[in-house]
Every structure is written in structure tokens, then in C-alpha cells.
Design a protein around this ligand. Structure first.
Ligand code: NAD
Ligand code: DAU
Length: 347
């Protein structure tokens, strides 16, 4: 099998690439990534010499390049993760999200349809999406696969649009597809613009921890390797034309999560308990900030037998340990452009 994984140099993509390269040695894995600020080949240096791994640098927005790639390599499946993924950046520059998340996805769909349409048998387009397409929950309730789409940020609107295109290609052209919508991931190789890795880095550096608004926003956190295992299951066993919600059954208000992280970090760094909490600073809220996300993962659990394998406390400790023993990785990704980004967003 030739499997194309897009966005494989990013956070989740690198875990998926590693899992497929290690577990399926009879598959040829092609990692297609344009290496934006979020793409980093250091994320894959432990597997990049394996004989079933191939890296292709390219942009999914480049229609000519994508069509040519599908002509050159006979892909059996696509696992599409490449995206602009940070909500705050989408508020600054929505068009970048339209380009990659919508146009890039449609380019891939066209290339897959055009090269596969004579015989769709054993072909699959797997689109990896987010729970943010469902909008915001109030204090109660969970997102199911039947929840109506109601995106609130330019990021989630672009992901919702890409989901609709995937489904439309299934209905209109018969393209075999699956979609999964997952909650917030955390773990190793997470770029420090997102809450958990950003706060780990700031705690190490003893700089303020910028909590948006009153800190009472709620997210459902899942360890990235559990997401990667779910993607493996959905790719191999998911039903054509179906959607699967993936989540951690693990809701945390931001402020409680940040306090727990401070405690774990103080212990690991041999600092007096309470030291890092003093860095918490409430700052201006994110515009259009969704109050609460929470996933009902019953379908994937019942149909495919998936459930999270680590508790949040275990996952958070593994994550903190990883960052503390990979300071070189952290120093590389927080040098140069990162400093400009941080100044722009947080000053
Ligand atoms: P990320 O930002 O860490 O990685 C995105 C990757 O895509 C990077 O390697 C980047 O270089 C690549 N990329 C971006 N634009 C590209 C383009 N035009 N052409 C080719 N490559 C391009 O993202 P992530 O957090 O790993 O998320 C991966 C996918 O999972 C995304 O589709 C995201 O919407 C979805 N998702 C993320 C989360 C989460 O919590 N991070 C949760 C649910 C779903
Ligand atoms: O739910 C899945 C989504 O989770 C993915 O689709 C996105 O790609 C991913 O970025 C993530 O989106 P969030 O906006 O929930 O993640 P983020 O880490 O940016 O923020 C988590 C919460 O923390 C959110 O309520 C905003 C808050 N926050 C975030 C940052 C970066 C802060 O309070 N301060 C911060 O500096």
C-alpha cells in the first residue's frame, strides 16, 4: 500500500507518521508537508532513515504539484492532516486558513477523485478534523456525530467547510471517505503556541502565564498518542461515508488545568510548590472564544473498540517529562520567528 499522510511534520501528523512507519512495514508512507512554522522535520528524526518512510516537501494549495504527485504515485489511501491549526492566528489572518484548509483540501479531493474514479475499490480519503466545527456547548451536553455544525472562529469555519467538501465529494462523485472530529490534543512535539506547551515553556522561563478572560473556558483533553491510535483504527476499520468523534472524556476548565500544570512543573523543576502559580496573569479574552467543548465518543468506542489509554495526570506528566528532556527541540522552535509572534500576540 502507498499511503499519503499530509501535514506529517506537524504535531499530530508526526505521531501518525511514526505509528504507521513502525507498525506497517509493508506500507510505503509518504509524508507530504510544506514545512510552515508548525512543520518540523526534527519531530521525525528517529524514523526518517526507515526504508518505508518518504518525505515530500510540497504545498497542498499548489494544484499543479498535487495533480502531478497523484499521477506519479499510485496512492491507496490519504490521511489528510495538513492545516493551519491555531485559532489565534486565524483571527489575525483568516485567508491563510481559507487557502490551506479549504482550497488545499479541495485540491487533494480533486486529485484523489480524478486518479481513483475508474475504480474506487480499496481506496480511502481520510479527513482529520476537529470538534470546533460544532461550535460551543453551554454548561451541559456533549458533541455527537449528529450535532449541527456551528463554527465560530475563522479556523473552525475553514475546517467545517473542508468537512463539507469531503462529504460532498462522497455524495457527488462516490469518493470513499471517512472523517473524524477530535477534541484538544496534548503531548510531545506540540508547538508552543497552544495552551499546554506555551505554558510549559513560560514556566521553564519564569515568564507570565497569559490566561484568557476569566479562565473558566472548558476543553476536553486527549493524549496525542491516543488520537493517533484512533486514526489508525478509523483508517483501517471505519465505515465508508461515516464520521467518528474522538475525545478524552476529560474536561478541564483552563484555570484548573493551568494550576495542575504549575504543580507538576514545580515538582519536576524542584521549585517550592506555588512558585509557578504566581506567574498566572489574566489577559484580554480571545474574540469569539468558545465556552466549552466536550465529545461523546460512544460511537468509536462501541464500533471500533477505542478508548483513551492514559489518564490526564499520566499524560500530563509524560508531556512535561518530554519537554524537560528535549530542551534542544524547544530552544530551536522558540528561536527566531517565534519571538516576533509572541511579541505581536501577547504584548
Ligand atoms: P500543526 O499546526 O501542528 O501541523 C500542521 C502541519 O501541516 C505542519 O507540519 C505544516 O507544515 C503542515 N502544513 C500547513 N499548511 C500546509 C500546506 N499548505 N501544505 C502542506 N503542508 C502544510 O497541526 P496539528 O495540531 O498537528 O493538527 C493536525 C490536524 O489535526 C489539523 O487538520 C487540525 O485541524 C486537526 N486537529 C488538531 C487538534 C489539536 O488539538 N491540535 C485537534 C483536533 C483536530
Ligand atoms: O478542540 C480541538 C482544537 O483544539 C483543535 O482543532 C485546534 O487545532 C487546537 O489548536 C485546539 O484549539 P483551542 O483553541 O482549544 O486550543 P488552544 O491551546 O489555543 O487554547 C486552549 C484554551 O486555552 C482555550 O480556551 C484558549 C485558552 N488559552 C490559549 C492560549 C494559547 C489561554 O487562556 N491562553 C493562551 O495563551
Amino acid at each position: 500500500m502507498n499511503i499519503l499522510i499530509t501535514g506529517g511534520a506537524g504535531f499530530i501528523g508526526s505521531h501518525v507518521v511514526r505509528r504507521f512507519v513502525d507498525n506497517y512495514q509493508d506500507y510505503n508512507i509518504y509524508n507530504l508537508d510544506s514545512l510552515t512554522y508548525a512543520g518540523n522535520l526534527e519531530n521525525l528524526k528517529d524514523i526518517d532513515q526507515k526504508s518505508n518512510y518518504n518525505f515530500i516537501k510540497g504545498d497542498i494549495v499548489d494544484e499543479y504539484f498535487i495533480n502531478d504527485l497523484f499521477k506519479r504515485i499510485d496512492f491507496d489511501g490519504v490521511i489528510h492532516l495538513a492545516a493551519e491549526s491555531h485559532v489565534d492566528r486565524s483571527i489575525e489572518d483568516p485567508l491563510a486558513f481559507v487557502r490551506t484548509n479549504i482550497i488545499g483540501t479541495v485540491n487533494l479531493l480533486n486529485a484523489a477523485k480524478n486518479t481513483w474514479k475508474k475504480n474506487y475499490k480499496d481506496k480511502l480519503f481520510y479527513h482529520v478534523s476537529t470538534d470546533e466545527v460544532y461550535g460551543s456547548l453551554g454548561k451541559d451536553g456533549l458533541f455527537t456525530e449528529e450535532t449541527s455544525y456551528d463554527p465560530n472562529s475563522p479556523y473552525s469555519a475553514s475546517k467545517a467547510s473542508s468537512d463539507h467538501f469531503v462529504r460532498a465529494y462522497g455524495e457527488t462523485y462516490g469518493l470513499p471517505f471517512v472523517i473524524s472530529n477530535c477534541s484538544n490534543n496534548y503531548g510531545p512535539y506540540h508547538f508552543p503556541e497552544k495552551l499546554i506547551p506555551l505554558f510549559i515553556n513560560n514556566i521553564i522561563e519564569k515568564t507570565p502565564l497569559p490566561v484568557y478572560g476569566d479562565g473558566k473556558y472548558t476543553r476536553d483533553w486527549l493524549f496525542v498518542e491516543d488520537h493517533s491510535r484512533a486514526i489508525d483504527l478509523v483508517f483501517h476499520k471505519g465505515k465508508n461515508h461515516e464520521t467518528y468523534n474522538i475525545g478524552g472524556f476529560n474536561e478541564w476548565q483552563n484555570i484548573d488545568l493551568v494550576k495542575l500544570l504549575c504543580e507538576v512543573m514545580d515538582k519536576k523543576l524542584d521549585r517550592d510548590v506555588g512558585t509557578s502559580q504566581k506567574l498566572i496573569t489574566y489577559v484580554k479574552d480571545r474574540p469569539g472564544h468558545d465556552l466549552r467543548y466536550a465529545i461523546d465518543a460512544t460511537k468509536i468506542s462501541k464500533e471500533l473498540g477505542w478508548k483513551p489509554s492514559v489518564t490526564f495526570e499520566e499524560g500530563l506528566e509524560k508531556t512535561v517529562d518530554w519537554y524537560l528532556s528535549n530542551t534542544e527541540w524547544l530552544n530551536h522552535v522558540t528561536s527566531g520567528g517565534y519571538k516576533e509572534y509572541y511579541k505581536k500576540m501577547y504584548s
